[in-house]
Design a protein around this ligand. Structure first.
Ligand SMILES: Nc1nc2c(ncn2[C@@H]2O[C@H](COP(=O)(O)OP(=O)(O)OP(=O)(O)O)[C@@H](O)[C@H]2O)c(=O)[nH]1
Ligand SMILES: [Mg+2]
Length: 312
């Protein structure tokens, strides 16, 4: 990593609400001189700085700026429109490299077991409820597993969602074994013919190795009741935590097989580049994005719409 990049990464001076494209345009990049002479080294540096400040992370930033540089040398990026379109296309390509299956997994035979994992407060339980609602609307029959037995009030939180959404819930005792709750939930889903089991888990810091082992065990035990389960393990990340989301993602992926990402709280940041950074680093697609606190504020991830929104 160049020193220049390290320095730039530390130096985040932009208002969080300003759009990325506005910030790219703001300084030297798109003034008249640049348009006449083409994109020069200073403009590339500016672009680099803006992408880092928007949480793209170093690898994705270098990839994008190198692509822009190459294209500019061919004399192609001479207008604002050309640069914007080029960046959009490259962004969609980058996101596509992490996997094209953006749909929620579906087991060959029901039920499909989905596990939600992530650090404290990222949006796991809210996402569980929002997924339940989506699936029910599609005609699936959902069963919730309240497997956060750790945090006070977590079981009640899932029960409250279950009542509100009118879906069944399997819960154990506070302080009980989360793996046993998921096992029982899968069992109950098989018994009553539910098509999806959505399992909440306790928030845990990626630095707590005992708790990371615990969540790995939850996944293993689900597979003991139903071969192939969990069919989907979604890692929830909070977009407002910036590059720390990347560290979390790496650690969780090392502990258990993460099949998809949910980036929550994208409504609270204009630095959505973290979506690109994590999916690229992990090689795992972003499947959903959280755009608010309400039960409908979860959207299936659409790379083209995302790139468009980011560069608006
Ligand atoms: N603005 C916004 N807020 C969100 C989003 N997703 C979740 N939240 C809020 O974030 C807070 C935490 O959400 P939870 O779903 O309880 O998070 P959690 O990961 O289950 O938390 P723990 O169980 O404590 O680890 C709540 O106040 C949610 O309303 C989102 O996409 N946008
Ligand atoms: Mg929770």
């Amino acid at each position: 990593m160049s020193q220049r990049i390290e320095r730039r990464e530390a130096d985040r001076t932009f208002g969080p609400r300003k759009g990325l494209w506005q910030r790219i345009k703001d300084v030297a990049l798109m003034d008249v001189a640049v348009l006449v002479k083409g994109i020069d080294a200073v403009a590339i540096e500016t672009l680099e700085e803006r992408l880092l400040a928007a949480d793209f992370g170093v690898p994705a930033t270098l990839h994008l700026t190198a692509a822009v540089e190459t294209e500019a040398k061919k004399g192609k990026l001479r207008t604002e429109r050309e640069l914007k379109d080029f960046l959009k296309t490259r962004l969609v390509e980058l996101l596509g490299e992490a996997g094209s299956n953006l749909e929620l997994a579906r087991a060959p035979e029901p039920p499909t077991v989905v596990l939600l994992v992530g650090v404290n407060g990222v949006g796991k339980t809210t996402t569980l409820a929002r997924l339940a609602r989506r699936l029910e609307r599609r005609g699936e029959s959902v069963l919730l597993a309240a497997a956060d037995t750790f945090r006070a009030g977590a079981i009640e939180q899932v029960k409250a969602w279950a009542a509100r959404l009118d879906v069944p819930v399997v819960a154990g005792q506070a302080g009980g074994d989360p793996a046993a709750v998921v096992y029982d939930a899968v069992d109950a889903a098989i018994g009553r013919g539910a098509t999806y089991v959505l399992a909440d888990t306790a928030g845990r810091l990626h630095t707590q190795s005992d708790l990371m082992a615990e969540v790995a065990k939850v996944a293993t035990v689900a597979g003991k009741r139903l071969e192939g389960a969990p069919h989907e393990t979604l890692l929830c990340l909070d977009a407002t935590t910036g590059q720390n989301a990347l560290v979390q993602a790496r650690t969780f992926a090392a502990a258990l097989p993460i099949t998809g990402l949910v980036v929550c709280k994208l409504d609270g940041t204009a630095r959505g580049g973290v979506v690109v950074a994590v999916s690229r680093e992990l090689g795992v697609p972003v499947k959903f994005v959280g755009l608010g606190e309400g039960p409908d504020d979860l959207e299936a991830f659409d790379p083209a719409a995302f790139a468009e929104g980011l560069l608006r």
